[in-house]
Every structure is written in C-alpha cells, then in structure tokens.
Design a protein around this ligand. Structure first.
Ligand code: CU
Length: 460
C-alpha cells in the first residue's frame, strides 16, 4: 500500500479534507496547502524513500470549477529549492512555476503562495519543475470541472501513470545525468521508424498506476451497466505509455483536457505530460486488466477493473497483456476539436517559427540557440517542428493551448504533443493571448535538463 490517502478516496468527486472554499472579489476560492517533503512508499514490500506532497504519492487531487480561483500556499520541506507548475492551465504568468523565468525557486524551509484564476475546464495536473524532482513523487491531478457537464457518466477515476526508480536504484544518477542500462534488453522495434518511441538508456524497475505497483494494483470498482469516465495522466519523466483495458474499448472525449469529437479505439498512446479522458461502457462483468505498457522499453504496469456484480472473479495475473494493447491505436489525426476556436481554420499565421529538434536542442531558423521566441499580443503563431533526433519528444508549451494540424483540419487543442523520432513532423498553431515569458520544452525531464527548452516572450 502507498502511504497516506490516495486518489481512490477522492475519485468520486469529493475534495480532500484539507481543501476549503471561500470567496474573493474574483469569485469562489479553493485553498489547498501543499507541503513538499519526504514520503515513504511501500512498493511490492520494498520500502522506498521519495519526495511527495502532503505525505502522499500522488499528491492530493485538486478539484474546482472553471472560473474559480485556486490558492495554494506551498511549503518547501525538501533539501533542494522547488517550484510547482500547473500543467495545462492558461494562468497568469507570475504563477506558472517556471524556475528563474517566472519566479525564484522556493528555498528549503521557505514558502510561496500560488493564487490564480482557473479559466478552463479539463483534466490537468501539477508537478515540481526544478531538476529531476518530477521523477520522484512530486505530482498530482488538477481537475477543473465545467460549469455545465456535458458528458453523462456514473463514476469517474483518475489514473496517474508513472515510471519509477526512486529508492530502487542508485540515486546518484539524478545528478550525474546518465543512467544504468536495462538489464533485460530492449523490446523489438516496429517496422516504421517513426513509430520508434525511444528513450534514454535508463532502466525503470517499476511502472506505477496511482503509485501502486503491479503486485498491489489500484482497483477501479464498477457495476454492470454503468458508464465510467477515466482521466488518464502520464506523470512519467522518461516514458510514454500505451494504455488499454481487456474486454473494453475506449471512447476518447478530451485530449489534454480539451473536448474532442468522440472517437472509439482499443488503445491510446500517451506521452509524458499528456492527458486523455475516455469513457468506457461497463458491459462485461468480471475482473479485467487495465494494461499500461511502456513504449520502446521493457516493463509493465497495471490496474484492475472490477465489477462489483461479479465479486467472485479472479484478478488477471500481473503480467497479462490485454490484446487491446495491439488493437486500434489512437493517433492525433483521429482527433477533432469541438471546443473553442483558438486560431482560424484557413488563412496564414502572423508569425511562424520553423523548429528542428536535434539531439536535445530546439533549433529555430534565423535565431541563436539562446534567443527567445518573440511574439506580439494577439498574434496567430505557428510552430513547425521537424525531429531529426533518434528520440521521441513530447513538446509542452506553458500557458497556452495549441491546435495540432491534422489532415482532416480542426485538429485537437493540446498543450503537449509528441513529435515522432527520425524525421517525424508536427505543426501547431496558437493564439498569443496570455502575455508573459513562457517555457517551451520537451517533457522528457532528462532532455529538458539537458537543455531542451526555449522561451516564448511577449514583446510588450
Ligand atoms: Cu525530448
């Protein structure tokens, strides 16, 4: 079992007991204190020391309604400076938690009060943004409810997927910037090189779902006939996952918290920092494997989907891989935005940045490697990305949502999108409507720490 309260206790929509509501001139305020500090987890009988929030991994699930204000007094009980980033929230720049860009890191023993309006509904998350802190347990879900829920469902669960090594290998790797190699070798590569979702040579001994290892799985209880909403978040530092459920299909309703035309698939691939909301129909009583397969590396994680109507069912063995993992896989081209229009469907952007991902550099045509990407308020901006490196890179833009270009047009609004390796390309457009200085970086934390980061700066 993990230490303290988990996401499960919060999965039915109740907030943590330490959240309380108030009001301000801006409207309702939700306050939740976050204490970053040492946490002890029990992983398959192995106790490990890690860093987390409020004594739990994941940290407490934060829930509030769109348009409300979130107030988070952070206290740093770690031995290193830290900040908190609110991933997916188009918030005021000063609260973005970008170290040295929007704030000085919070020193050990000190605090910082985050307070901002949460403008849009969606499945988002929060995490530490200094060094390799996210590769420990410093993360949690941030769920923003819409004013009017358009989906109908009976229950929901939040699933945070993570690659885990903290306490299980030589921690000196965090500072050395290089890791041990996978002693079990690499899995077979797909025929199409652009499908090679490859990472560093690091070995992650465990894949966790809500901080639970395969031998002690997180369980999603359902009843026959119910419709279940899952909010799936990839909180890993270095691993993309493929996600599927035995005996069930996934109807994708949101990508990175933003609504899309519903599309039903067998499996989703989810890069670091990405989120998908899916609906499943509980129409097959039993106990089913929720499979979490690391892409391009060994290992396996799982949860259990358990029908309360079929209490006698035996849980599948921990290494069982649902055939759905090899079924119809969601791609960005399947996704059609049904939410707000950030940028026009036709015409030309005001400004384009042609970017090349090379090694762990983000090279921009016509700019020096350290120059910020300058934009003016109100502009329609386009990023074209070409990945000439051997690695897959989920790229994240802070403070904005961008529209991914797809052949069908009207692609999904996202804040994190993976560019395929070895010649893969991706184009996205966004509206410069949130002034400040914003990070644009790879969400592989090792790549980011190696400098795979640029800054978008508003000229005024
Ligand atoms: Cu990367």
């Amino acid at each position: 079992m993990m230490a303290g309260a988990g996401v499960g206790a919060l999965a039915l929509g109740a907030c943590s007991g330490i959240t309380f509501a108030g009001t301000s001139p801006l409207g309702p305020v939700t306050t939740l204190g976050l204490d970053a500090g040492q946490v002890r987890l029990d992983l398959e009988g192995t106790p490990v020391e890690t860093w987390g929030y409020n004594g739990t991994v994941p940290g407490p699930e934060i829930r509030l309604r769109e348009g409300e204000t979130l107030r988070v007094p952070l206290r740093n009980g770690l031995s290193d400076p830290t900040t908190v980033h609110w991933h997916g929230i188009s918030l005021v720049n000063a609260m973005d938690g970008a170290p040295f860009l929007t704030q000085a890191p919070v020193e050990p023993g000190a605090g910082f009060d985050y307070e901002f309006v949460v403008p849009e509904a969606g499945t988002h998350w929060y995490h530490a943004h200094v060094g390799h802190q996210l590769d420990r347990g410093l993360y949690g879900a941030l769920i923003v409810e819409p004013r009017h829920e358009e989906l109908s469902y009976d229950r929901e669960y939040t699933l945070l997927l993570d690659d885990w090594r903290d306490g299980l290998d030589d921690r000196s790797e965090y500072s050395a910037g290089h890791g041990g190699h996978d002693p079990t070798g690499s899995p077979a590569l797909p025929a199409d090189p652009r499908e090679w979702v490859s990472f560093g040579g690091r070995f992650y001994p465990l894949t966790l779902v809500n901080a639970r290892p395969p031998a002690d799985p997180y369980t999603l209880d359902v009843r026959l006939g119910e419709r279940i909403r899952l909010r799936v978040i990839n909180a890993a530092a270095d691993t993309g996952f493929r996600f599927a459920i035995g005996g069930h299909r996934l109807t994708v309703t949101h990508a990175d918290g933003m609504p899309v035309q519903h599309v039903t698939v067998d499996a989703i691939r989810i890069g670091m920092g990405e989120r998908y909301d899916v609906l499943i129909e509980a129409d097959a009583p039993g106990a089913w494997q929720v499979g979490v397969m690391p892409e391009g590396r060994t290992g396996y994680g799982r949860a259990i989907l358990r029908y309360l109507d079929a209490a006698g069912s035996t849980a599948p063995p921990s290494d069982l891989r649902p055939t759905e993992l090899d079924g119809r896989l969601l791609t960005y081209d399947d996704l059609v935005n049904t939410g707000k229009e950030e940028t026009p469907a036709a015409g030309s952007p005001d400004r384009t940045f042609a970017l090349t991902l090379s090694g762990t550099d983000i090279l921009a045509d016509g700019l020096d490697p350290t120059e910020p990407f300058l934009v003016d308020s109100g502009e329609w901006v386009r990023f074209t990305l070409r990945n000439e490196s051997m690695k897959w890179h989920p790229m994240h833009l802070h403070g904005h949502h961008f529209r991914v270009s797809t052949p069908g047009g009207n692609g999904p609004l996202k804040d994190t999108a993976a560019v395929p390796a070895r010649g893969g390309e991706l184009t996205f457009d966004w509206r410069a409507d949130n002034p400040g200085a914003w990070m644009f970086h790879c969400h592989n934390h090792y790549h980011m720490e190696d400098g795979m980061m640029r800054t978008v700066t508003y000229r005024t």
